[in-house]
Design a protein around this ligand. Structure first.
Ligand code: ZN
Length: 261
């Protein structure tokens, strides 16, 4: 392939039909299903060549992408969506709420804060509500609204398999505190109440049974550590990682803002 751009995290098969093709900046996951490839998030706009190179290394054909899900409407999660859609004809999915960001109704894509040019705006094909489930053959993507980081963050729960064992892989769709900072909220006329909304929504995910944590960004699930394990032939499933991660987010949020309330 021309313009081969190598990711700073080697693309890898996390488990069975679950793959990582993102970089250290932001995660991009793929689940291989009977109906095609289901992608979760598409990275920054400048990651297009890197994502294609990563997929090539794993023998995943970008033309086979049938669905693109978005964890939320920030530019680092939908940056390559339009180009990947053009290439594959994939259907695009986002929460109904955050579609207003990607279509430009709400100017909250975080592009301004990153000094990135605003994207050409687009509407996604499928607008997701809390609790919606989408089936791709025997693979189901279950979506739970987890507001806070944006109003329309979605967390995903997906059954993945290596043909012998079926596990649940899950992602908290928006755990960053950047959009909960007072400076950001003031700038857009928003209330600090979203911090409580975020904590409550995150607590609500606590009773989910999860075997594999997918990071929205690689540090969240120690993606590099998982790559290391996989390359040593060790399993990455860990039935308590999800609850540890959610507790970490909640405690970190309380600690971070404790002097502001
Ligand atoms: Zn974000």
């Amino acid at each position: 392939m021309e313009n081969k751009v190598i990711s700073d995290i080697r693309p890898f098969n996390m488990f069975g039909n679950l793959y990582f093709v993102g970089s250290s900046k932001v995660s991009v996951h793929i689940i291989k299903t009977e109906l095609g490839l289901v992608m979760i998030d598409t990275g920054y706009p400048d990651m297009y060549e890197q994502i294609l190179s990563s997929m090539e290394e794993l023998s995943l054909d970008p033309k086979d992408i049938c669905a693109i899900f978005h964890s939320h409407g920030h530019i680092d999660h939908f940056g390559c969506t339009e180009r990947l859609k053009q290439l594959s004809g994939a259907k695009t999915y986002i929460s109904r709420i955050d579609n207003d960001i990607v279509n430009g109704t709400l100017d909250l894509s975080w592009a301004v804060e990153l000094n990135l040019p605003r994207m050409p705006f687009f509407d996604c094909d499928v607008l997701i509500e809390d609790g919606d489930v989408f089936d791709f053959g025997s693979t189901s993507v279950r979506c739970r609204l987890t507001p806070g980081h944006t109003d329309g963050v979605l967390s995903f729960f997906v059954n993945v398999t290596d043909g012998k064992e079926e596990l649940i892989a899950a992602m908290h769709g928006g755990a960053g505190l950047n959009t909960l900072e007072k400076s950001f909220l003031d700038k857009y006329g928003m209330s600090t109440d979203v911090r409580q909304v975020f904590i409550k929504a995150t607590e609500a995910l606590m009773d989910e049974k999860v075997d594999i944590v997918m990071g929205n960004h690689p540090p969240q699930n120690d993606t590099v550590g998982k790559l290391q394990k996989v390359s040593e032939g060790k399993p990455i499933a860990d039935s308590s990682e999800w609850q540890r991660f959610l507790n970490h987010i909640i405690n970190n949020t309380i600690e971070h803002f404790k002097n502001e309330q």
